[in-house]
Write a protein that binds this ligand. Structure first.
Ligand SMILES: C[S@@+](CC[C@H](N)C(=O)[O-])C[C@H]1O[C@@H](n2cnc3c(N)ncnc32)[C@H](O)[C@@H]1O
Length: 212
Protein backbone atom coordinates (compact mmCIF):
# COMPACT_ATOMS: atom_id res chain seq x y z
CA UNK A 1 0.00 0.00 0.00
CA UNK A 2 1.21 3.52 -0.74
CA UNK A 3 1.82 6.09 2.01
CA UNK A 4 -1.08 8.10 0.58
CA UNK A 5 -3.43 5.18 1.11
CA UNK A 6 -2.34 4.90 4.74
CA UNK A 7 -2.92 8.65 5.26
CA UNK A 8 -6.36 8.43 3.61
CA UNK A 9 -7.38 5.43 5.70
CA UNK A 10 -6.61 7.44 8.84
CA UNK A 11 -8.30 10.55 7.45
CA UNK A 12 -4.99 12.46 7.48
CA UNK A 13 -5.57 14.76 4.54
CA UNK A 14 -4.09 18.17 3.76
CA UNK A 15 -6.43 20.98 4.82
CA UNK A 16 -5.99 23.26 1.81
CA UNK A 17 -7.21 22.94 -1.78
CA UNK A 18 -3.63 23.17 -3.09
CA UNK A 19 -2.52 20.51 -0.62
CA UNK A 20 -5.36 18.20 -1.68
CA UNK A 21 -4.54 18.68 -5.36
CA UNK A 22 -0.92 17.70 -4.72
CA UNK A 23 -1.99 14.76 -2.51
CA UNK A 24 -4.14 13.26 -5.28
CA UNK A 25 -1.69 14.12 -8.06
CA UNK A 26 0.89 12.06 -6.16
CA UNK A 27 -1.53 9.25 -5.27
CA UNK A 28 -3.06 8.94 -8.77
CA UNK A 29 -0.63 6.29 -10.16
CA UNK A 30 -1.39 3.96 -7.21
CA UNK A 31 -4.94 5.05 -6.36
CA UNK A 32 -6.94 2.41 -8.26
CA UNK A 33 -4.60 -0.40 -7.23
CA UNK A 34 -4.65 0.60 -3.54
CA UNK A 35 -8.42 0.90 -3.36
CA UNK A 36 -9.26 -2.17 -5.39
CA UNK A 37 -7.03 -4.14 -3.03
CA UNK A 38 -8.86 -2.69 -0.03
CA UNK A 39 -12.31 -3.53 -1.37
CA UNK A 40 -13.49 0.07 -1.88
CA UNK A 41 -17.20 -0.56 -2.47
CA UNK A 42 -18.50 3.02 -2.61
CA UNK A 43 -18.20 3.45 -6.42
CA UNK A 44 -20.18 0.24 -6.93
CA UNK A 45 -22.87 1.24 -4.41
CA UNK A 46 -23.33 4.74 -5.83
CA UNK A 47 -23.37 3.60 -9.46
CA UNK A 48 -25.88 0.87 -8.64
CA UNK A 49 -28.06 3.36 -6.77
CA UNK A 50 -28.21 5.81 -9.67
CA UNK A 51 -28.68 3.01 -12.21
CA UNK A 52 -31.84 1.87 -10.39
CA UNK A 53 -33.28 5.39 -10.51
CA UNK A 54 -32.15 6.68 -13.92
CA UNK A 55 -33.52 4.19 -16.40
CA UNK A 56 -32.49 5.87 -19.67
CA UNK A 57 -28.90 4.79 -20.33
CA UNK A 58 -28.39 7.75 -22.72
CA UNK A 59 -28.98 10.09 -19.79
CA UNK A 60 -26.33 12.71 -19.01
CA UNK A 61 -24.42 11.67 -15.90
CA UNK A 62 -21.88 13.79 -13.99
CA UNK A 63 -19.16 12.01 -12.01
CA UNK A 64 -18.24 14.87 -9.67
CA UNK A 65 -14.72 14.66 -8.16
CA UNK A 66 -14.14 11.75 -10.51
CA UNK A 67 -10.50 11.15 -9.57
CA UNK A 68 -9.02 8.32 -11.64
CA UNK A 69 -12.41 7.11 -12.93
CA UNK A 70 -13.46 4.24 -10.65
CA UNK A 71 -17.07 5.46 -10.57
CA UNK A 72 -17.30 5.87 -14.35
CA UNK A 73 -16.07 2.32 -14.76
CA UNK A 74 -19.01 1.13 -12.65
CA UNK A 75 -21.46 3.47 -14.43
CA UNK A 76 -20.37 2.10 -17.79
CA UNK A 77 -21.03 -1.44 -16.58
CA UNK A 78 -24.61 -0.31 -15.90
CA UNK A 79 -24.82 0.83 -19.53
CA UNK A 80 -24.44 4.63 -19.20
CA UNK A 81 -22.84 6.18 -22.27
CA UNK A 82 -22.81 9.94 -21.59
CA UNK A 83 -20.58 10.45 -18.58
CA UNK A 84 -18.69 13.66 -17.78
CA UNK A 85 -16.27 14.25 -14.92
CA UNK A 86 -14.77 17.11 -12.90
CA UNK A 87 -11.73 16.99 -10.62
CA UNK A 88 -9.00 19.29 -9.40
CA UNK A 89 -6.19 16.73 -9.77
CA UNK A 90 -4.72 16.93 -13.26
CA UNK A 91 -2.83 13.66 -12.86
CA UNK A 92 -5.96 11.82 -11.70
CA UNK A 93 -7.78 13.20 -14.74
CA UNK A 94 -5.03 11.79 -16.98
CA UNK A 95 -5.85 8.30 -15.64
CA UNK A 96 -9.57 8.96 -16.07
CA UNK A 97 -9.02 10.01 -19.69
CA UNK A 98 -7.04 6.83 -20.41
CA UNK A 99 -10.12 4.76 -19.52
CA UNK A 100 -11.78 6.11 -22.68
CA UNK A 101 -15.16 6.26 -20.92
CA UNK A 102 -15.75 9.97 -20.30
CA UNK A 103 -17.36 12.30 -22.84
CA UNK A 104 -15.96 15.44 -21.22
CA UNK A 105 -13.41 15.93 -18.42
CA UNK A 106 -13.03 19.29 -16.68
CA UNK A 107 -10.17 20.27 -14.41
CA UNK A 108 -11.56 22.68 -11.83
CA UNK A 109 -12.14 23.24 -8.16
CA UNK A 110 -15.56 22.19 -6.90
CA UNK A 111 -16.99 24.46 -4.25
CA UNK A 112 -19.04 27.62 -4.32
CA UNK A 113 -17.43 28.73 -7.61
CA UNK A 114 -19.38 28.47 -10.87
CA UNK A 115 -18.23 25.55 -13.06
CA UNK A 116 -18.05 25.84 -16.85
CA UNK A 117 -21.25 23.83 -17.25
CA UNK A 118 -24.70 25.07 -18.30
CA UNK A 119 -27.67 25.04 -15.96
CA UNK A 120 -29.84 21.88 -15.97
CA UNK A 121 -27.36 19.70 -17.90
CA UNK A 122 -27.45 16.39 -16.01
CA UNK A 123 -30.07 13.73 -15.28
CA UNK A 124 -27.90 12.27 -12.55
CA UNK A 125 -24.85 13.34 -10.55
CA UNK A 126 -22.64 11.09 -8.44
CA UNK A 127 -20.27 12.48 -5.81
CA UNK A 128 -18.31 9.55 -4.44
CA UNK A 129 -15.79 9.56 -1.59
CA UNK A 130 -15.14 13.28 -1.80
CA UNK A 131 -16.92 14.98 1.10
CA UNK A 132 -14.74 15.75 4.11
CA UNK A 133 -11.75 17.58 5.55
CA UNK A 134 -9.78 19.39 2.82
CA UNK A 135 -12.19 18.03 0.20
CA UNK A 136 -15.72 19.17 -0.57
CA UNK A 137 -18.32 20.12 2.00
CA UNK A 138 -22.03 20.95 1.93
CA UNK A 139 -21.32 24.44 0.54
CA UNK A 140 -20.87 22.88 -2.93
CA UNK A 141 -24.46 21.58 -3.18
CA UNK A 142 -26.13 24.73 -4.61
CA UNK A 143 -23.66 24.61 -7.53
CA UNK A 144 -24.27 20.87 -8.05
CA UNK A 145 -28.03 21.48 -7.98
CA UNK A 146 -27.62 24.24 -10.59
CA UNK A 147 -26.18 21.85 -13.18
CA UNK A 148 -28.73 19.04 -12.58
CA UNK A 149 -32.11 19.13 -14.36
CA UNK A 150 -35.30 19.47 -12.32
CA UNK A 151 -36.24 15.89 -11.44
CA UNK A 152 -32.60 14.79 -11.73
CA UNK A 153 -30.84 12.93 -8.93
CA UNK A 154 -27.78 13.66 -6.80
CA UNK A 155 -26.19 10.67 -5.06
CA UNK A 156 -23.35 11.05 -2.55
CA UNK A 157 -21.72 9.41 0.43
CA UNK A 158 -19.89 10.38 3.62
CA UNK A 159 -17.70 8.11 5.74
CA UNK A 160 -19.18 7.65 9.23
CA UNK A 161 -15.82 8.54 10.76
CA UNK A 162 -15.78 11.80 8.81
CA UNK A 163 -19.37 12.61 9.76
CA UNK A 164 -18.56 12.13 13.43
CA UNK A 165 -15.29 14.07 13.55
CA UNK A 166 -15.18 16.76 10.83
CA UNK A 167 -16.01 20.14 12.32
CA UNK A 168 -18.34 21.15 9.44
CA UNK A 169 -20.32 17.89 9.55
CA UNK A 170 -20.50 16.67 13.13
CA UNK A 171 -23.29 17.12 15.68
CA UNK A 172 -25.93 17.08 12.94
CA UNK A 173 -24.52 20.11 11.06
CA UNK A 174 -24.33 18.24 7.75
CA UNK A 175 -27.94 17.08 7.82
CA UNK A 176 -29.16 20.47 9.04
CA UNK A 177 -27.53 22.15 6.03
CA UNK A 178 -29.00 19.60 3.60
CA UNK A 179 -32.41 20.19 5.16
CA UNK A 180 -31.99 23.94 4.71
CA UNK A 181 -31.76 23.36 0.95
CA UNK A 182 -35.00 21.37 1.18
CA UNK A 183 -36.59 24.30 3.01
CA UNK A 184 -35.44 26.64 0.23
CA UNK A 185 -37.18 24.38 -2.31
CA UNK A 186 -33.98 23.38 -4.13
CA UNK A 187 -34.20 19.61 -3.65
CA UNK A 188 -36.08 16.86 -1.81
CA UNK A 189 -34.70 13.82 0.00
CA UNK A 190 -35.32 10.60 -1.93
CA UNK A 191 -33.39 8.02 0.08
CA UNK A 192 -30.81 7.46 2.80
CA UNK A 193 -28.98 4.32 3.90
CA UNK A 194 -26.22 3.50 6.39
CA UNK A 195 -23.96 0.92 4.73
CA UNK A 196 -21.66 -1.14 6.99
CA UNK A 197 -18.68 -1.41 4.63
CA UNK A 198 -19.06 1.55 2.28
CA UNK A 199 -15.56 3.05 2.43
CA UNK A 200 -12.30 1.27 3.26
CA UNK A 201 -14.18 -1.50 5.09
CA UNK A 202 -15.84 1.07 7.35
CA UNK A 203 -19.44 2.28 7.52
CA UNK A 204 -20.73 5.19 5.52
CA UNK A 205 -23.86 7.22 4.83
CA UNK A 206 -25.40 7.12 1.34
CA UNK A 207 -27.81 9.89 0.34
CA UNK A 208 -30.06 10.44 -2.67
CA UNK A 209 -31.67 13.85 -3.32
CA UNK A 210 -33.96 14.87 -6.20
CA UNK A 211 -33.57 18.35 -7.67
CA UNK A 212 -36.76 20.41 -7.76
C1 LIG B 1 -11.16 9.97 -2.48
S1 LIG B 1 -11.02 10.65 -4.08
C2 LIG B 1 -12.51 10.03 -4.84
C3 LIG B 1 -12.35 9.87 -6.33
C4 LIG B 1 -13.49 9.09 -6.99
N1 LIG B 1 -14.74 9.77 -6.86
C5 LIG B 1 -13.56 7.72 -6.37
O1 LIG B 1 -14.53 7.42 -5.66
O2 LIG B 1 -12.63 6.92 -6.61
C6 LIG B 1 -11.41 12.36 -3.86
C7 LIG B 1 -11.29 13.19 -5.13
O3 LIG B 1 -11.80 14.49 -4.87
C8 LIG B 1 -10.99 15.42 -5.57
N2 LIG B 1 -11.16 16.71 -4.91
C9 LIG B 1 -11.00 16.99 -3.61
N3 LIG B 1 -11.33 18.27 -3.36
C10 LIG B 1 -11.71 18.81 -4.55
C11 LIG B 1 -12.19 20.08 -4.95
N4 LIG B 1 -12.37 21.09 -4.08
N5 LIG B 1 -12.49 20.27 -6.24
C12 LIG B 1 -12.34 19.27 -7.15
N6 LIG B 1 -11.90 18.03 -6.83
C13 LIG B 1 -11.60 17.82 -5.54
C14 LIG B 1 -9.59 14.85 -5.45
O4 LIG B 1 -8.71 15.36 -6.40
C15 LIG B 1 -9.86 13.35 -5.60
O5 LIG B 1 -9.74 12.95 -6.93
Amino acid sequence: MSDKFCAAKEGNYPHTVEGIKQFYDEWAPNYAKDLTHDNYTAPRWLAETIAKLVINKDANIMDMACGTGLVAQELRQHGFTNIDGVDISTISLKFSKERGIYRRLICDRIGTNKLDIQDDTYDGLVLCGSLGQGHLNQECFPELIRIVKPGGLIVFNVRSKTMDTYEKFKDGKFDTDLQELVRKGLWVKEAYKLIPDLVLNEPGHLYVYKVV
